[in-house]
Write a protein that binds this ligand. Sequence first.
Ligand SMILES: Nc1ncnc2c1ncn2[C@@H]1O[C@H](COP(=O)(O)OP(=O)(O)OP(=O)(O)O)[C@@H](O)[C@H]1O
Length: 253
Amino acid sequence: MIDVHLQLSVSDRNRRFDLDIAFATDAPFVALYGPSGAGKSLTLQAMAGLLPVQAGHVKLNGRALLDTAAGINLAPEARGVGYLFQHYALFPHLSVRDNIAFGLTSWRKRLKSDDAARVDELIESFGLEAMARSKPATLSGGQQQRVALARALACNPQVLLLDEPFAALHPMLRQQLRDELRAVRERWGIPAVMITHDLDDVAALAHRAYIVDGGRVTREVDLIAGRGRELLDSTALRPEEQQRREFLKSQIA
Ligand SMILES: Nc1ncnc2c1ncn2[C@@H]1O[C@H](COP(=O)(O)OP(=O)(O)OP(=O)(O)O)[C@@H](O)[C@H]1O
């Protein structure tokens, strides 16, 4: 069960944005879908403990990662969260293997043998054996995404937070990597919260979608066994956007 309620404001000299977002679900794969500037990334960052929250809670299977009323606010590294950043944020000077192992090592310490075995298992599951010693810059976009996902999984997280996991990829690759992400998430049995602008990501992966706009959840859609797909299609996209999406789909099919 993921139970989230977050209230926070961010501002600079000219702008202010108020987020007041709540969702609670047992769905294993949750999508936060909405337009640019809706507050999706702020939500994910606050869940991970990367952003101060004024009031609210984040609970995972009853365990509070944050509960302002109870004075609980775990540090990011204590939250058990695997974060996939939109542009992957791989360390350019580290090899693929060291990138994946990064969260398991601390300065001057070597990997424990259990951790090394987990890193090797991830390298193998993602088909990265041949490039384990290479630097990220020498990898394709899809390979970099696999490294980032393996890194997010390395610390045995209780939840995966995925920020636009396919946005940086060529459309032809997306379908394949969606299938891989679905298989990997099921294999490791970890719930995921994904943010996306792409309805195809939602339709392909999510069991439950929350439509986010203006810092709030404006609608929730149950997608289990395909229910709600039509609803999502007809409510979340404007007619011209639907047309464009259908045209694009026909061009790349
Ligand atoms: N430090 C800040 N000061 C002022 N406004 C901010 C700050 N950080 C974010 N915002 C604003 O908050 C709003 C929500 O940002 P957020 O990054 O969560 O949007 P998003 O839904 O993830 O958008 P996108 O899909 O384009 O990534 C945006 O309008 C953004 O400009």
